[in-house]
Design a protein. Structure first.
Length: 484
């Protein structure tokens, strides 16, 4: 079906309609600061929600909470509506859930160390190759010994225990040096200082809470308050979004090309995903972005410069909304020429010239037609959103948070028995044993992976079983290219 999802008005007053079935082919919103990227993102989010598609987006400037309120039609606003020719425009609010990794301005979001896995964690901690190898060993040792890595103190305890048994562990898991363990522990302390402690733990986020519709069938828009996160820990921001994307890829079933997406996912400040990221991680991001569309998930990147996105990913983006770019330097002009080449030619549009001339609320637009081919680039006016532009009224936002259907579900952190308690108990028992008994126990206590697995099932039935299997599958997906 074709819908006026974007509410663009093309040259000559003709609306530009994108086929909803193509919306899981991903997209890009780009342009210099102050050219209207956030409003375009808001218009897109509204369009998806109105069609019953849940949306997840990060609010990096605090400008998107206005989605909870209808817009107010001022004289200037009315002039804009007349200019774009949107005759049936009606202000309205949208169903919103507020989230915050720190739990201050929305529902807290948590996940476990095991679910993050060593690949993303090593990137988050900026470890070198040797340190990354030791971190992989830590996760493998935890799996083999049924130690649960749920939060920061679990991993810190695990590394401390490994430091006490480096000789025995190195024989089976490779060289484990005290200097590498100490370096990882120092990075974890920095991460804790940045406030990441609240992110690792339980209850872990259930993806179904991001994929809701309301009683009227509208898609619920989940807004992550990322203001503090992106200022104080931008690498944690990027790691969280990558983890969430990977979790969606792992858990959602294959659906092929549905009539409309099951979820649309916006990455704002997308350059943070790729800045200083090791090539294996970039390769895995490209792989997940390429494959996740078959799960019915559309991924939309928002950034100042389209060249922030690697070419292998840029080539997969069906929707292009290009706001103005500035040409102050030779490098800027080179970028503009490269961006112009990413559009399908239109004899009536000189992309390289007009990309510097489009005004506020205008953009060069291209998307896929019903056959999956890109339409020729068009210069278009962006119709205004139906909700409030900018931050919502404080009281309205507060009321929406208080009336959340999942209020109380994630508020209280859980601290069940995990590696920290397991290793503490093991140390206390070892301290009570005489040397001969301890030596005998050490020689006979090694367990096979299969034995540990079945003991884990017996002790941690239900959810833990699937979580354990799930994180191994997740790591396998992320490590496919590395094994190559």
């Amino acid at each position: 079906m074709s819908v006026h999802l974007l509410h663009f008005a093309g040259t000559g007053g003709q609306p530009l309609a994108m086929n909803m079935a193509m919306a899981n082919r991903h997209g890009l919103i780009a342009g210099a600061t102050g050219t209207g990227k956030t409003v375009s993102l808001q218009v897109l989010a509204e369009g998806f929600a109105a069609q019953g598609v849940p949306v997840f987006l990060a609010d990096v400037k605090g400008d998107l909470s206005g989605l909870v309120q209808p817009s107010e039609i001022s004289e200037k606003f009315a002039e804009r509506l007349a200019r774009v020719g949107w005759k049936d425009y009606k202000p309205r609010s949208f169903p919103v859930l507020f989230w915050d990794l720190f739990g201050k301005t929305g529902h807290p979001i948590r996940t476990t160390m095991s679910e993050i896995g060593p690949l993303l964690l090593s990137s988050l901690l900026q470890l070198n190759e040797t340190q990354t190898g030791v971190l992989y060993a830590a996760f493998r040792i935890a799996d083999d010994n049924a130690f649960l890595l749920l939060d920061l103190k679990d991993l810190q305890s695990m590394l401390h225990w490994m430091g006490q048994h480096t000789r025995d562990l190195s024989a089976q898991y490779g060289n484990i040096t005290g200097s590498s363990l100490a370096a990882i522990q120092r990075r974890l302390l920095v991460l804790e200082e940045e406030g990441a402690e609240s992110f690792f733990g339980e209850p872990a986020l259930q993806l179904s809470d991001l994929m809701q519709t309301d009683f009227s069938g509208q898609g619920v828009i989940s807004i992550l308050d990322a203001r503090k996160l992106i200022n104080e820990s931008p690498r944690l921001y990027a790691t969280f979004l990558l983890w969430l994307l990977a979790e969606l890829f792992e858990e959602l079933p294959e659906v092929g090309d549905p009539e409309k997406p099951k979820l649309v996912f916006f990455f704002d400040e997308a350059h943070l995903l790729f800045d200083d990221a090791p090539k294996p991680l970039v390769d895995k991001i490209e792989q997940v972005v390429r494959l996740i569309r078959s799960k019915g998930v559309g991924v939309y990147f928002c950034t100042q410069n389209p060249m922030d996105i690697p070419d292998d990913i840029l080539g997969q983006l069906g929707l292009r909304v290009q706001h103005a770019l500035r040409a102050f330097t030779a490098r800027d002009r080179k970028t503009i020429r490269a961006v112009a080449q990413n559009f399908r030619d239109n004899p009536n549009v000189d992309v390289e010239k007009e990309i510097t001339e489009v005004g506020l609320g205008e953009a060069l637009v291209s998307f896929l037609n019903e056959k999956g081919a890109p339409i020729p680039v068009a210069r278009a006016l962006i119709c205004p959103p139906r909700s409030t532009i900018g931050p919502g009224d404080t009281e309205a936002v507060k009321q929406r948070r208080e009336s959340s259907p999942i209020k109380g579900k994630y508020d209280a952190a859980l601290d069940r028995e995990s590696a920290y308690e397991q290793l503490k108990e093991r140390a206390e028992k070892a301290a009570k044993e005489d040397p001969e008994k301890k030596k005998s126990k050490t020689s006979s206590s090694r367990q096979g992976v299969g034995e540990v697995f079945y003991k884990t099932i017996a002790r941690e039935a239900g959810k833990l079983v699937f979580s354990t299997r799930g994180r191994k599958i997740f790591r396998g997906i992320l490590e496919t290219l590395s094994k190559g």
